[in-house]
Design a binder for this molecule. Structure first.
Ligand SMILES: [Zn+2]
Length: 76
């Protein structure tokens, strides 16, 4: 996977990723070819995973993406 070709942690779903990833951990929907995705931390266990770009927000403090739901929850 070539992550970071569109900026830090950003990429576009290609055929290889489509076969490897199946579904988005943020919305549980399937990825489509050409979807913009980012490597983000979220509610799941383990390391950052690729999710749809619009479901993530960029955290300037850590220079990384975080799942939007997660970011909103931690602000409460
Ligand atoms: Zn998604």
């Amino acid at each position: 996977m070539r992550i970071g070709d569109r900026g830090p942690g950003k990429t576009i779903i290609d055929l290889q990723m489509l076969n490897e990833l199946k579904t988005c951990p943020a919305c549980s929907r399937s990825f489509n070819l050409g979807d913009p995705v980012v490597l983000a931390c979220g509610a799941w266990e383990g390391p950052p995973r690729l999710i749809h770009e619009h479901e993530a927000v960029f955290n300037k403090k850590t220079s990384s993406y975080i799942e939007r739901k997660c970011a909103e929850a931690s602000r409460l």
